[in-house]
Design a protein around this ligand. Structure first.
Ligand SMILES: C[S@@+](CC[C@H](N)C(=O)[O-])C[C@H]1O[C@@H](n2cnc3c(N)ncnc32)[C@H](O)[C@@H]1O
Length: 206
């Protein structure tokens, strides 16, 4: 098991879902941006580094039917599966490191809240973008939320690379055009605040 996987398996084995700084009861900004990206409930959507997030619950409630959640922590995905119950069987749960994952299908929407920002090494970011490019076709949309430039320097005790829409655009390359960017002040369960940015891109082509 890699150090990275050990870190996250330990987090989800020792902390409850609501005891982590990134917990959200309702991921409103993500939901709004996914709906704006693809309102068709047949859209294939993947939540990359989804962990135990309640985004998948909310998307199922909305009526989206082709959902996948990828995370390197099996513990995290188990928390989400147990919470969701029977409907979890309709979701594709993928235990993988996104930087080495081999996508087997094309997604209409790629969503990532607070996973990409852990990639502080340029080679890991390039590997992530390579996976993204093989998983998102022309016309597909990519939503990446990270700590903003004035956000914290660490998350879960690990250093992060903070971003804005321009730095994300540079990582993704010219094939992806920026559609919208938003700022969000996240309130942690212990009521400290963290500045996030959410940027949505569209892959050029039909
Ligand atoms: C800060 S948490 C955010 C979880 C979720 N996106 C949310 O908003 O609640 C970061 C998540 O990314 C996952 N993660 C970190 N690095 C990853 C990688 N290289 N590949 C896949 N998942 C990763 C962690 O296991 C963790 O669940």
């Amino acid at each position: 098991m890699s150090d990275r996987t050990m870190h996250w398996e330990n987090v989800y084995a020792t902390k409850g879902e609501t005891e982590v700084s990134w917990y959200q009861e309702r991921p409103t900004t993500s939901l709004e941006m996914i709906r704006a990206a693809k309102s068709d409930h047949e859209a294939a959507i993947i939540d990359v580094g989804g962990g135990a997030s309640r985004l998948v619950d909310a998307l199922l409630q909305d009526g989206y039917r082709r959902l996948a959640v990828l995370d390197l922590s099996a513990n995290a995905l188990d928390v989400a599966k147990k919470r969701i119950g029977q409907a979890a069987s309709t979701v594709d749960w993928i235990v993988a490191d996104v930087t080495t994952w081999q996508p087997a299908k094309i997604y209409d929407v790629w969503h990532d809240r607070a996973a990409f920002h852990f990639l502080t090494d340029a080679r890991d970011r390039a590997a992530y973008v390579e996976r993204l490019r093989s998983a998102v076709g022309p016309g597909g949309q990519v939503i990446i939320a990270t700590f903003a430039p004035d956000g914290p320097e660490k998350c879960s005790g690990l250093p992060v690379q903070r971003h804005n829409s321009a730095s994300l655009a540079a990582e993704l390359g010219r094939e992806f055009e920026l559609v919208e960017t938003r700022r969000e002040t996240h309130h942690t369960p212990w009521q400290s605040t963290q500045a996030f940015q959410f940027s949505r891109f569209r892959r050029r082509g039909s």
